[in-house]
Write a protein that binds this ligand. Structure first.
Ligand code: ATP
Ligand code: MG
Length: 470
């Protein structure tokens, strides 16, 4: 029981059980869905899949997928690749009838190892890609080879994109992955700029090259220049006499993420612009430039336009970096993703901490009502602290910190009733009231103690003092 299905269930649906609901979802999907054995035999296919294949379902069950999909143009090695890599693998096909189709294979374990194929018609996306980069031979092959592993090492967590807003972000990132132009990722802190920068790299033809990250705000200006551009042998006193290769060069054949680009000092903005315009890097003290093949992705949570107006960010650099631009919305604008994010987080934490937890629907609902100014990162912190502190298997609404459970009423009436007089006595009255309410709400002294951040012994002693344990 994971508790995540409930918020998704339509209340007045005529369908009785989960199985029927699931069946209706699978059959109603516009994507073709095929369940395969690890050897590539078709075990199940939905209605859309049989249309993609162009044959009755009865006649394809038990047959090898490569024998029936796209009239034999589908490579059987694809399935072996999914099984061997344990990753989601995608491949695009241009069909004879002019349609472009994306096939994504995902490994699943359902009793035995299986592969789920998701087949989608991406003709319109393909047209868009052609519009961006021209339908040249090179572009075609980039498209045909496009694979996206929707995973973000080091933790290997899947990227959750359930809401329409986040699906649009993912689609845009995948489009960006097909070209080499700079991308600017904008979004509040914790919205996933790092995640999508990595996704762009992983989905691009550069995925086997390095993915380097430099935080422009964390390194002092003097060091940052050497970090980015490197320096020549003997460039300055105190420098390593062998010289240093800069990150731009180290990211050759790969992607360089310039994180917190808004913090890049003006002097270095000029140098970065020169690199973006000429393709040349000049290590400090070097007599000739180098031409690394690197794709730049920049990220910022600051309002760069405002910075331009204030004169702290160069307009020309902004235009160079902002060729492709992706805005990642704050979590409060896509709360539909929260149940799926929580599910993923619980799975990740189970793997990392070895603690298996479920969550009750009302707890999930309470979490969904939180503001999360720190966005997905803050949600992670909340879920992780619940997994660590809640002893029972299912996280209940009452396990949420008091200020989360229902903030407006959390202040006991006693504070409103204070009518002057002896402060110590009023405080004791308030303390008794808080304890009484906490004990009522959480049921046990140990739970109340956890939520109030005190030892259970303290609760026991004070309960006795105020006569609450009678
Ligand atoms: N769509 C998503 N699916 C799953 N996890 C996500 C998603 N978006 C963000 N996360 C997780 O949330 C955390 C914050 O994401 P990330 O570091 O990419 O944010 P950021 O926008 O770069 O933040 P900052 O501006 O503070 O650098 C990470 O642990 C990341 O794995
Ligand atoms: Mg980041």
């Amino acid at each position: 029981m994971n508790g995540f299905d409930r918020p998704e269930q339509p209340r007045s649906s005529g369908l009785s059980g989960d199985a029927e609901l699931l069946e209706a979802m699978v059959e109603g999907a516009s994507e073709g869905l095929v369940l395969l054995s690890a050897g590539g035999l078709i075990l199940r296919a939905n209605h859309a899949a049989s249309k993609f294949i162009g044959q009755d379902r009865d006649s394809i069950i038990g047959r090898p997928i490569q024998a029936v999909l796209f009239k034999g143009a589908f490579e059987g090695s694809f399935i072996a690749e999914v099984v061997a890599s344990h990753l989601a693998v995608s491949r695009a096909y241009d069909l004879a009838d002019g349609r472009s189709v994306l096939v994504q294979g995902r490994p699943v374990v359902a009793g035995a190892a299986r592969v789920v194929l998701v087949i989608s018609d991406v003709t319109s996306v393909k047209q868009l890609v052609n519009l961006v980069q021209g339908p040249a031979g090179e572009a075609q092959s980039t498209w045909a080879e496009m694979r996206c592993a929707e995973r973000t090492p080091p933790d290997g967590a899947p990227v959750v994109v359930r809401s329409a807003a986040m699906q649009a972000v993912r689609d845009k990132a995948l489009q960006c992955a097909t070209v080499d132009s700079p991308v600017l990722l904008r979004g509040e802190t914790g919205t996933g700029k790092g995640v999508f920068a990595k996704l762009i790299h992983e989905a691009s033809a550069r995925r086997s090259g390095p993915f380097c990250v430099v935080n422009c705000g964390a390194i002092p200006e003097g060091l940052l220049e050497a970090e980015l551009f490197g320096y020549a042998r003997g460039a300055f006193t105190g420098a390593d006499s062998r010289g240093k290769v800069g990150l731009i060069e180290l990211a050759h054949a790969g992607t360089l993420l310039l994180d917190e680009i808004g913090d890049l000092p003006l002097g270095l903005q000029v140098k970065l612009l020169r690199f973006l315009e000429s393709g040349e890097v000049w290590p400090v003290g070097a007599s000739k430039g180098k031409r690394p093949d690197v794709r730049i992705v920049a990220a910022t949570n600051r309002d760069v336009r405002q910075m331009i107006a204030e004169g702290s960010f160069r307009k020309d650099l902004y235009y160079r970096l902002n060729v492709l631009s992706i805005h990642i919305p704050p979590l409060r604008e896509h709360p539909e993703d929260i149940p799926w994010l929580v599910a993923t987080m619980l799975e990740q934490l189970e793997r990392r901490l070895g603690r298996r937890k479920g969550i009750a629907p009302d707890a999930l609902e309470a979490i969904g009502r939180l503001p999360f100014p720190g966005n997905v990162r803050e949600l992670w912190n909340v879920v992780e602290s619940l997994v660590v502190t809640v002893p029972s298997e299912i996280i209940e609404a009452t396990d949420l910190p008091v200020d989360i459970a229902d903030a407006p009423d959390a202040l006991p009436a006693a504070t409103r009733e204070y009518d002057g007089g002896d402060l110590r006595q009023a405080l004791r009255k308030l303390e008794a009231q808080i304890l009484r309410e906490a004990l009522q709400r959480y049921g046990t002294q140990s739970k109340a103690a956890r939520h109030l951040g005190v030892a259970q012994a303290t609760i026991a002693r004070k309960s006795k003092l105020y006569g609450l344990d009678a």
